[in-house]
Write a protein that binds this ligand. Sequence first.
Ligand SMILES: Nc1ncnc2c1ncn2[C@@H]1O[C@H](COP(=O)(O)OP(=O)(O)OP(=O)(O)O)[C@@H](O)[C@H]1O
Ligand SMILES: [Mg+2]
Length: 229
Amino acid sequence: MPATPHAPYPPLGAHWDGLTVLARGANRLCAADPDDAGHCLKFELAAVERTRAGTRARLRRLLARHLPALGENATELRAWQRLHARIGERLDAWLAPCRGIVDTRWGPALRCALIRDADGRPARSLYAHLFEGSPHTPASLCTAVDAIERELLAHDVPLFDLNAGNFVVTGAGAEPRLVCVDAKSTLSGKEILPFSRWSRRLMHRKIRRRAERLRQRIRAALADAPPPH
Ligand SMILES: Nc1ncnc2c1ncn2[C@@H]1O[C@H](COP(=O)(O)OP(=O)(O)OP(=O)(O)O)[C@@H](O)[C@H]1O
Ligand SMILES: [Mg+2]
C-alpha cells in the first residue's frame, strides 16, 4: 500500500455553492463551467483551503494576494500563451488550452478547455488513476508518459513538475493518453539558479529524470493493484 500520498485537504467553504467541483489541487479548485460543458473554471483557493506548503510557496502565495500576476492562474495562462505562440495547435494534443481569466460570481477564474475521457466524462487525473483505481495497465500508462516526454524533448519545453496531479488520462482502454493540465512549472521553478532552463542539455536531462520518476511512481502505485478489467 502506498503511504498517504497527500495531506488531507482542508474543507471547502460554503462560498462555492452552486458549482460542480471536479477536482482540487494543492492550490486550486477545478469546477465545471456552468455556462459551457466544454470548459472548466479554475479558482485559486483561499489560504485556509490550501494544503500546507514550504517557505518559498508560502511566500509566493503571500505576494500573489497583492499581485494577482504572480498567482497560479495568471502564471498558468502566461505559460500556456508562450508555449502556444511557439508550438501552435499541435500543443492541444497534450496540453489543455487556456482561454483567459474571467469574472464569475465565485470570483476570478481561469477558463480552460475541459479534457474528457473516452466515455465523455471529465477526465480523471493520473493521480486518481494511481490511488483510486484505473482500467489501464501500468505499462500502457508508462507508454503515455513516454509520449509526453518525447513532446517535451522535441520542443524544448522545461515542464519539470511531472506529478500525477498535473495530468489527466484520456484515450481508449489499451492506449491511454495523458494531457497536461498545469504548465505553470515551465515559468516558475523551484531552483534558485535555474541552470536547467539556461542549458538545453541540462533541461533534457532533467525532463528525462522526471519522466522516469513518474514511470516509477506509476509502476509502484499499480504494482499491488488488482489487474484491470
Ligand atoms: N483542463 C482540465 N480538464 C480536466 N480536469 C482538469 C483540468 N484542469 C484541472 N483539472 C483537474 O483539477 C486538478 C487540479 O488541477 P491543477 O493542477 O491545475 O491545480 P493546482 O492547484 O495547480 O495543483 P498543484 O498546485 O497541486 O499542482 C487536476 O488534477 C485535474 O483533476
Ligand atoms: Mg497542478
